[in-house]
Write a protein that binds this ligand. Structure first.
Ligand code: FES
Length: 489
């Protein structure tokens, strides 16, 4: 999306005053916990009726404990009542139902009516999608990419190239500064998926491009640096990612950006868009590189500096500076970062936001430096760049597993096929599972693990807090045993 000016809408909700739970409330709550599920609404109703009668006897106004936004409760017809659910306590009922489901699955498989968790499935609806290259068959059969044309290829440095991308139908490729694209690139007959940040300003009149720096041993980055040419068509997903900044022309703020090497790509988009859209805001950029000739977008950044003057503090830090270099030198470690912010006279303030992208040691150094500055981590935004070659590809092979997906209040039982991720299994079953990058980088596919165990590829973009809360990424998780997940609404 291009930047938009959004007016927050606040809804004021008047709430009934809280009331201390009575002995009756406590007793019925305990009873409803132990009771079979179909009896719970009746118990709840009985409690409300009794409370209303007591309140009337006492002459006080009865209070409603029911969420006013919830629809009326309905008692199901007797024919639809599941006797296991109705007569057994909930914990026992869940186990009996699971056993019943397993038995149904085995019987169905024997009769050839239902896919067995232990027999590979025949292609389902996914076979209607044109088959992509063999290497990504399971992925592409469920996750639909779209073609983007490479309109132009621009060499930025000896080791970095920019690909200008356009939609085949001519519609603008719009995005929020900081987002990335997932690109499928065929290398030696294999299709490999990689994420590259959009580095251009997210503004009308600026052609969107990604910039790819060679990585030692990186199959895709070297292939694109050596062989990409105008007219190439790449399959793509996105834009994706939450490492974003929404510019707002009415804002007046200072944003500190810290980048190392190719980490400049999302940072450059954020800097140029912000400077253009917010006339009262300032941008501070600390940018670390080994040598002067490694600096990606050197001329573009100089042009921004010349144009925006004091609103753009640009600070290059070089490890191996050329002769006559007067700027900062050394590694962009924690001490250097703190020293540079002091030298630029950028004190911390409660409104200051920090955006950080670069190699892992630099990111750790920034975390350390900002902690020493007393910066609240909530004001620090990080984009983690991981080499795909470093991702955990040695996960044990995932065999078929029963998978239950809770989505929009409904429960669907399906089977995760051989080698499929939770996302692929859900999409193959026709469920509208959310996703965007399909490679662990955006968290759009986050689901709550309710029961069971999964193997999840690492590293990915989940925060420690999200992990502790039981979230997993459906696009890079495979069930190890029967699993139940809940898709957030
Ligand atoms: S779809 Fe982006 S992390 Fe799963």
């Amino acid at each position: 999306m291009r930047y938009t000016l959004q007016t927050p809408v606040m809804k004021v909700v008047k709430q009934a005053p809280p009331r201390a739970p009575s002995a009756l409330d406590v007793a019925t709550k305990l009873a409803s916990l132990a009771a079979p599920r179909p009896l719970v609404p009746a118990l709840d109703q009985a409690r409300r009726d009794a409370t209303a009668v007591l309140d009337q006897v006492r002459g006080t106004k009865p209070l409603s404990y029911r969420d006013a936004t919830a629809g009326p409760r309905t008692v199901p017809p007797l024919a639809e009542v599941d006797l296991v659910d109705a007569l057994l306590p909930r914990r026992l009922a869940a186990r009996v139902q699971q056993t019943r489901r397993d038995a149904r699955m085995v019987l169905g498989a024997l009769r050839g009516r239902r896919p067995s968790p232990t027999v590979p499935r025949k292609p389902g609806p996914r076979s209607e999608v044109p088959p992509p290259a063999a290497d990504v068959l399971p992925l592409a059969r469920t996750i639909q990419t779209r073609p983007l044309r490479v309109a132009e290829v621009v060499r930025e440095t000896a080791d970095a190239v920019s690909l200008y991308l356009e939609e085949l139908d001519g519609t603008p490729l719009t995005f929020t500064p900081g987002q990335f694209m997932s690109l499928d690139v065929e290398v030696d007959g294999k299709v490999l998926r990689r994420a590259y940040s959009l580095a251009s300003p997210a503004l009308e009149g600026h052609a969107p491009h990604v910039t790819i720096k060679r990585v030692e041993g990186g199959r895709v980055s070297n292939h694109l640096n050596d062989h990409a040419k105008p007219g190439d068509v790449l399959q793509a997903l996105g834009p994706s990612g939450a490492f974003t900044l929404e510019p707002d022309p009415t804002h007046e703020r200072t944003v500190v950006l810290v980048a190392g090497g190719s980490g400049i790509t999302p940072i450059a988009s954020i800097a140029s868009t912000l400077l253009e859209v917010e006339p009262a805001s300032r941008v501070v950029l600390l940018y670390g590189n080994r040598r002067h000739e490694d600096v990606i977008f050197r001329e573009r950044l100089d042009a921004l500096k010349a144009r925006f003057g004091d609103r753009f503090l640009l600070d290059h830090v070089l490890q191996e500076p050329p002769a006559g270099w007067t700027g900062a030198t050394g590694l962009l470690d924690a001490d250097t970062q703190l020293a540079r912010l002091d030298a630029l006279a950028v004190p911390d303030a409660p409104t200051l936001e920090y955006y950080v992208c670069g190699p892992t040691p630099m990111m750790e150094a920034t975390r350390d430096a900002l902690a020493r500055r007393g910066v609240d981590p909530a004001r620090v935004h990080e984009e983690l760049f991981t080499r795909p070659e470093d991702r955990s590809s040695d996960l044990p092979p995932a065999g078929p597993q029963p998978l239950t997906v809770r989505l929009r209040g409904k429960e669907r039982e399906l089977t995760q096929g051989e080698g499929e991720t939770l996302l692929e299994a859900g999409l193959a079953a026709g469920l509208p599972m959310p996703f965007s990058c399909a490679m662990g980088g955006c968290a759009a596919c986050k689901v709550k693990l309710v029961e069971g165990e999964v193997d999840m590829e690492e590293p990915n973009c989940l925060t420690p807090k999200e992990r502790a809360e039981g979230w997993v990424l459906a696009c890079c998780s495979r069930a190890k045993k029967p699993v139940t997940v809940e898709v957030p609404s």
